[in-house]
Design a protein around this ligand. Sequence first.
Ligand code: HEC
Length: 173
Amino acid sequence: MSISGTFRQMCAVALTALLCGGNVAGAAPPIHSQSGSGETASQPASPLKLRLPILAVMTGVINRASYPIFEAATSGRDLHDDEWLGIGQNAIDLVGAASLITLPGTGQADAAWVADPNWLKLSADMQTASIAVGLAAANKDRAAMTESASRLAQSCQSCHIQFSARLLTAPPN
Ligand code: HEC
């Protein structure tokens, strides 16, 4: 299988996992289930902290991953297979990033943001729209992609309006 064929297949698997919310590849045992007397055994297993300000996730992953989606959605041109694949991969980044921004990172305002139910709702809106973009890309469905990309843009804008007076005058998108 060609490299791009392999990537396409991986992307399809990742998107199926999104849909099913589960482990499509089977039941690989989690690493920490290997109990034993090794040096990690005394450490409680816990999720990693977000060791960045939420704003860094925003300007890093979220802005970078959403740009090609918005560009493709508004371009009107036909999208070739590699572009659909790229959109699917960027959508997956956004699905993950939406969860990340619900964790308080190292930014000054982070704890207050994630404690606000509106923040969580808008993060969920962003995630739901990103999943829809990913599925539209997997199906190469132009109309569904346009519709979900516009919902995605709406989620960005709604949150910036509610949480950043500074961005009101200069929204990033
Ligand atoms: C749950 C809320 C929320 C969502 C959803 C959200 N953002 Fe943000 N974003 C913020 C906040 C709050 C800031 C501003 C932080 C500040 O004032 O320093 C920000 C800042 C940014 C910045 C930095 C702008 C600058 O000039 O510093 C970019 C770029 C950005 N967001 C892009 C996006 C994009 C693109 C999306 C949607 C795909 C998105 N954001 C979704 C809350 C959100």
